[in-house]
Design a protein. Structure first.
Length: 552
């Protein structure tokens, strides 16, 4: 589709850190500017992501700035120019979702190096390109993993930084094509640190708390790293890498008996606490134990700092980012996140119309399951009838020809098959639990009680309610933009504790309709539901052509 001359357009550039024609940002920009000059287009905005992978949109600040720019409703540009579709996104779902979002807003997408026909056929070509772009990443990942696996299995060479107590030892495994030696590294015990490592395992095997081990030995900067440390089998000489296990990889630092004792202690600790660690459960932060990092999936923890002349600063931080274990998620202001979550609960999740929608959805699901069970029961009855006829014929054949081994084997197999059918039919005969049916007045009453409780309950009781209502909160921050997903339990199958006093003009503490399940005993399946945004929680300024801001 041809754009008229002087049409304002924007460009998005991304590279993965290389200097080739397809990967270099300056080269992409030069060709896009030449294209705009050739067609008389006005290039008014350029969004850039340098050294960022296309397999995900996480961490691509230029990409998210571009999306927010077009979603604002004030963008004058009528098209977005990209080098290739693979520069836009290599993930199929991301590529199709964001392209559709832009097109629904009237924005054309122009690729300089992908020949896409106009009309519906173009969507088919785009889908094929998206598949090829994602497949390229999959093939590249397979090739890289194959090469690393060869180095590990053939030479014992492992990339990256070794665990605490090990050192990298160079070995020559051949020569490169230019004749220079090909040097890789094995991991071997560090004789200077080995006694300290052994002492840490012995203390943990004796039941010493991790906090005391840390206070005495200071193996790491924080406590979170010790879980991975005590689980690592490399300390008993076993290397686990890329799905492969290499026994006797190196000399053990810890004897197997001590290591096994530590594993029993950690298994018992995990069985008792799981992800609800006492430090998170007893944290003064409202969402501790519920909030997880949207970039890496690790739990968020409450972090407090006191700065001179700036007072107390409270924020949620990623545990992996804290110990620098592959995540660079920034801090998320406590007030912004907690306000966004509570507003999402009271304004959306617990709103009567949403609860009514959940009930209708559950009713349809209940009807669908009942119909499927009836159809399966009918099909199994037919199978059983046919099976019974086959059994009759086999029995008759045995009576006439005698107990031939082949007939006896077939009879045994058919009897086993009939026993399986009988067991499944018996299960299908059991009725499904009845679907909860509440009137609109009852739904409104539940909504009012829960919302009132969330707004008025003391902190500890409010935290208890949230842990009975919310399964998980996944949250990420990109610049000054905070967003996330709340996975919650069906509140229609739960009765809130009778805490708050009756407010004027309403009666949320009236008796709850009968038939509801206790919230903390039987949570119903989680509904991945509401996407929340901390809207209005940022202070925005304007400096020339650059928009600046900070979290409140």
């Amino acid at each position: 589709m041809t754009l008229p001359p002087s049409t304002p357009v924007a460009a998005y550039l991304r590279d993965s850190g290389g200097e080739t024609q397809e990967l270099s940002l300056p080269q992409q920009e030069a060709e896009i500017r030449a294209y705009c000059a050739q067609h008389g287009l006005a290039l008014t905005r350029i969004f850039r992501d340098e050294a960022r992978p296309g397999s995900t949109t996480v961490g691509r600040e230029g990409f998210h700035a571009m999306v927010r720019h077009f979603r604002s409703g004030n963008a004058p540009e009528k098209a977005l120019i990209i080098w290739k579709y693979s520069r836009f996104a290599r993930d199929i779902d991301d590529a199709q979702f964001y392209r559709a979002d832009l097109r629904r807003r009237g924005i054309q997408i122009i690729s300089l190096h992908d020949q896409i026909p106009d009309g519906p056929a173009g969507r088919l070509f785009e889908a094929a390109l998206d598949w090829m772009n994602q497949q390229f990443l999959a093939d590249l990942s397979t090739d890289v993993k194959r090469g690393l696996r060869h180095l590990v299995t053939q030479y014992g060479c492992v990339p990256g930084t070794p665990p605490r107590g090990f050192r990298r030892v160079p070995i020559t495994i051949g020569k490169h094509r230019d004749g220079t030696p090909h040097i890789c590294h094995r991991w071997e015990p560090d004789p200077d640190l080995a006694p300290t490592i052994r002492r840490a395992f012995e203390m943990r095997a004796a039941g010493t708390p991790v906090s005391q081990i840390h206070a005495q030995l200071r193996l790491y900067r924080g406590l979170n790293a010790y879980t991975t440390f005590f689980r690592n089998k490399l300390y008993i000489g076993i290397l686990e890498y890329g799905g492969h296990t290499i026994e006797n990889y190196c000399d053990p630092i810890v004897d197997p008996q001590t290591f096994a004792a530590v594993q029993r202690i950690m298994d018992d600790h995990a069985a008792r606490f799981g992800t609800r660690h006492p430090r998170r459960v007893n944290s003064p932060f409202l969402l501790s134990g519920l909030a997880y990092c949207g970039r890496c999936g690790a739990p968020l923890y409450g972090h407090v700092t006191t700065r001179k002349n700036k007072g107390r600063d409270e924020a949620y931080r990623c545990t992996r980012a804290k110990r620098k274990a592959g995540c660079n998620a920034p801090r998320i202001p406590r007030q912004a996140l907690e306000k966004a979550v509570l507003e999402s609960l009271t304004a959306h999740i617990l709103a009567p119309e949403n609860l009514a929608h959940i009930q209708a959805q559950y009713r349809r699901e209940h009807q669908r399951r009942a119909a499927e069970r009836a159809a399966e029961r009918q099909a199994l009855q037919k199978q059983k009838s046919a099976l019974t006829r086959r059994l009759t014929h086999i029995t008759a054949a045995i009576s006439q020809a005698g107990p031939l081994p082949s007939l006896i084997e077939e009879l045994r197999n058919l009897e086993t098959e009939r026993a399986v059918l009988d067991a499944r039919l018996a299960d299908l005969q059991k009725p499904l639990p009845p679907a909860t049916e509440l009137t609109p007045e009852e739904i409104t009453q539940i909504s009012a009680r829960l919302i009132h409780y969330i707004q008025e309950a003391p902190l500890e009781e409010k935290r208890q309610l949230l842990r009975g209502l919310i399964a998980k909160i996944t949250v990420a921050r990109e610049g000054d933009h905070i967003e996330g997903v709340i996975q919650y339990y069906t509140p229609l199958a739960a009765e809130p504790p009778p805490f708050p006093p009756t407010p004027r003009g309403n009666n949320p503490t009236a008796p709850t309709p009968s038939g509801l399940l206790p919230m903390y005993a039987t949570p119903v399946g989680a509904h991945p539901a509401t996407v929340f945004q901390a809207a209005g929680l940022f202070f925005w300024g304007y400096n020339g052509e650059k928009s600046i801001g900070r979290c409140l």
